[in-house]
Design a protein around this ligand. Structure first.
Ligand code: SAM
Length: 228
């Protein structure tokens, strides 16, 4: 399968069965045990990012690009804390849900600004560019291009998360328990941390903070890198 196929499949998935599944996981309604585990894991990743940004005590001064924003799980709290957020996603349905949630939670439609856009076509310049749990949908070669493009949009900082390729995770994935139920998801790609760091460095960034979230069904390596 080539990368263009991956992208089409991902877009279609997050506008159909993936939308229904992930909207529930990223919500607070009743879900099954596996989905609850993934919800909790993802929330830990979101909370870690918010914790890092809040610790710097300058959120209201920041412009943030949340690339592949989903339903706004990160964008909405960051906007609530005063950051100027540009939230975009390849899926129209995810964006529409994000807009609704922002209106309900924040009572305005001005911040975050939501847009249906794939991250490859994003332009502009932001203090911080964030891309959480998106790279899992793309093979390393495509992920390299995506990371380089996101770096070009970041004035100071980039924050990325990805499912790390370790022996244990590769084996889990092979036996199919990493994402239970083949029909429930798109293909999942794991990435070697060394490869991600190499791309960040080749774009002039150095890793500053890192975290790892691991629950039963959710694995995510989080890196913050700033311009050297
Ligand atoms: N970042 C969000 C979060 O952590 O709550 C959503 C994560 S969800 C697992 C992955 C999201 O990436 C989906 O909403 C999907 O539509 C989006 N996505 C996938 N490929 C994309 C691309 N090439 N450009 C923009 N968004 C993309």
């Amino acid at each position: 399968m080539n990368a263009a196929d991956d992208k089409t499949i991902v877009r279609e998935y997050f506008n159909s069965t993936g939308f229904d599944r992930w909207r529930r996981i990223y919500g607070d309604g009743e879900v099954n045990k596996v989905q609850l585990d993934i919800r909790n894991g993802h929330q830990q990743t979101v909370d870690t990012v918010i914790g890092w940004l809040k610790a710097d005590k300058n959120l209201p001064e920041l412009s943030i690009c949340d690339a592949g924003c989903g339903v706004g799980s990160l964008s909405i709290p960051l906007a609530a804390d005063g950051a100027k957020v540009y939230a975009s996603d390849i899926s129209e349905k995810m964006v529409s849900e994000g807009k609704d949630r922002a209106l309900q939670t924040l009572g305005n439609a001005e911040n975050p600004i939501f847009a249906v856009q794939d991250l490859e076509s994003l332009s502009g310049s932001y203090h911080t560019v964030i891309c959480l749990d998106v790279l899992i949908h793309y093979p390393q070669e495509k992920a390299d291009e995506m990371i380089s493009h996101l770096c070009s949009l970041a004035q100071s900082r980039i924050i990325l998360s990805f499912a790390p390729k370790t022996c244990a995770l590769s084996i889990l994935k092979k036996i199919g328990s990493f994402f239970p139920g083949a029909s429930k998801t798109t293909r999942a790609y794991l990435h070697r941390e060394a490869d991600v760091v190499k791309i960040l460095e080749s774009n002039g960034f150095a890793v500053q903070r890192q975290a790892f979230t691991k629950t039963r069904f959710y694995f995510s390596r989080l890196l913050e890198a700033t311009r050297k």
